[in-house]
Write a protein that binds this ligand. Structure first.
Ligand code: SF4
Ligand code: SF4
Length: 387
C-alpha cells in the first residue's frame, strides 16, 4: 500500500522538534497550553504533534510498523489544529494527521467506535444509528421540504438527533425574522464531518457527493449552518470533492448581517457571558471568524462579554472533536472540564458557543466538575432575548 503521508514527507521532516505544539507562552493571545491531549493524559510525547511527526518519520523510514498501538496514538487527538496554529515553521500538522488516519483506515487499523459510525452513516445517513425518517422530528410544525428557495438551513446530525434545542432555536429565529429558506428534510444526509476527521475518506466522499448534488439541483445560493463541524466540512472539505454552487455561511455571521440591517430587536437584561470559539469556525478555516460571534453578543443589550484566559487563536479545544469523544470519552470530558473551569474564572454565569458538539461536551465537563455554569448555544441566547 502506498502511504498517503509520503506526499507530505517534506513537511514531516521540517519539524524542528521545538515543542511549541505542546506548550508555549504567547502573551498577546494568552496561550500557555497548546494541546488538549497533552493536558489531559499523562503527557507522553508520542501523543503530541511533535511526537506524531516523529512517529511518521519512523513509519516512512521503515523503523516503525502500522500497528493497533500506533493507531490508538494517532486517533488520540481532537484535530483541533492548535498545534498547527502555534507551529513556527508552518506545518499543516492536522492536515497530515488526517492523511495518516486514512493510511491506518486503509490498513483496517481504524478504531471500532469510528468505523462503526462510518457504517451507520452509510446505512442511516447519520452516525448515531438513528432512523433517517426521524431526522426532522424536532421541527415544531409541518414543513414542505426541499422547496424552491435561495437559502437552505442545513441542520446536521448532531442538532437533528442530539442537540435539538439548537435546530429549534435556529429555525424559530429564521422564521421570526421572515427569512425565505428551505430545509432539505430526508434529502439531507450527514455532511461527512465525523468520517473526514477520522480518515474515512471514501465513505465521507459518498455523503458529500449526495449533498452537493441535492443542493445544486435545488438551485440554493446560500447554505446556513448552526453546526460548526458541518460548516467547516462544506466550506473546506467539499472543495476537494465537487462543485458546490451555494455559498456556505455559519449562522453567526448570517445573523450578524441581519442585526446590522436592523431586522432584529432585542429585550434588555443584564447578563455576564463568556465565549468559546469552536475550532471548526476558526483554526480549521482558511480565514478564522473571531469577530461575528463577539459582534452578535455585543449587540445584545445588557450582555457583557468577558473573555477567558485562553481565547481566539489561543483558545483551548473543548475536547469533543476528531472522534475523541466517541473513542476516548474520559479524555474528552476532562478537556471540557478544564475549559469550563476557565469560563468560570471569568466571573460570567453563561458559557456560549456556536457548535452543537462543543455544547454537548462542555455540558459534560460542567457536570463532571460540578461547576455550575450555564452552557448555551448562541442561537438559544438570541432566541431568548428576541422581542
Ligand atoms: S511546533 Fe511544529 S516544528 Fe515545533 S515540534 Fe511541533 S510540529 Fe515540530
Ligand atoms: S490537533 Fe489538537 S489535539 Fe491534536 S495534536 Fe494538535 S493540538 Fe493536540
Amino acid at each position: 500500500m502506498e502511504l498517503g503521508i509520503k506526499k507530505h514527507v517534506e513537511d514531516i521532516y521540517k519539524c524542528t522538534r521545538c515543542g511549541y505544539c505542546r506548550e508555549m507562552v504567547r502573551e498577546e493571545v494568552n496561550t500557555f497550553r497548546v494541546c488538549p491531549i497533552r493536558e489531559n493524559t499523562p503527557g507522553f510525547e508520542a501523543y503530541t504533534s511533535k511526537g506524531k511527526m516523529l512517529l511518521m518519520r519512523g513509519v516512512l523510514e521503515g523503523t516503525l510498523d502500522l500497528t493497533p498501538k500506533l493507531s490508538e496514538i494517532v486517533f488520540t487527538c481532537t484535530t483541533c489544529g492548535s498545534c498547527k496554529t502555534h507551529c513556527p515553521v508552518g506545518i499543516d500538522t492536522v492536515g497530515i494527521f488526517e492523511v495518516f488516519r486514512n493510511d491506518l483506515i486503509r490498513q483496517e487499523l481504524g478504531l471500532p467506535s469510528h468505523t462503526m459510525y462510518g457504517k451507520y452513516a452509510m446505512e442511516k445517513m447519520n452516525p448515531y444509528n438513528e432512523p433517517h425518517e426521524d431526522r426532522m422530528a424536532w421541527l415544531p410544525e409541518s414543513v414542505e421540504f426541499s422547496k424552491p428557495a435561495e437559502i437552505a438551513y442545513f441542520v446536521g446530525c448532531t442538532s437533528a438527533y442530539r442537540q435539538q434545542e439548537i435546530a429549534t432555536a435556529t429555525y424559530k429565529i429564521l422564521k421570526k425574522i421572515g427569512v425565505d429558506f428551505t430545509i432539505l428534510g430526508p434529502d439531507e444526509w450527514c455532511c461527512g464531518s465525523p468520517l473526514f476527521r477520522t480518515g474515512q475518506l471514501d465513505l465521507a466522499t459518498k455523503l458529500a457527493q449526495h449533498n452537493i448534488e441535492k443542493l445544486n439541483e435545488l438551485g440554493i445560493k446560500q447554505i446556513v449552518f448552526s453546526c460548526a463541524g458541518c460548516y467547516r466540512t462544506f466550506a473546506m472539505d467539499y472543495k476537494n470533492i465537487g462543485k458546490l454552487k451555494a455559498k456556505p455561511i455559519h449562522f453567526t455571521k448570517f445573523i450578524y448581517n441581519q442585526i446590522k440591517e436592523g431586522k432584529i430587536k432585542f429585550k434588555e437584561s443584564p447578563l455576564k457571558v463568556t465565549y468559546h470559539d469552536p475550532c471548526h469556525t476558526t483554526r480549521s478555516m482558511k480565514k478564522a471568524d473571531y469577530k461575528s460571534p463577539r459582534r452578535v453578543i455585543n449587540s445584545l443589550p445588557g450582555v457583557e462579554l468577558i473573555e477567558m484566559v485562553s481565547t481566539k487563536e489561543g483558545s483551548m479545544c473543548c475536547g469533543a472533536g476528531g472522534g475523541l469523544k466517541s473513542a476516548f470519552s474520559d479524555i474528552a470530558v476532562s478537556a471540557a472540564q478544564k475549559r469550563v473551569q476557565q469560563a468560570k474564572e471569568t466571573g460570567a454565569t453563561h458559557l456560549i458557543s456556536t457548535c452543537p458538539f462543543c455544547r454537548r461536551n462542555l455540558m459534560d465537563g460542567n457536570e463532571k466538575g460540578n461547576l455550575g455554569m450555564k452552557i448555551m448555544d448562541l442561537t438559544e441566547l438570541i432566541l431568548e432575548r428576541m422581542e
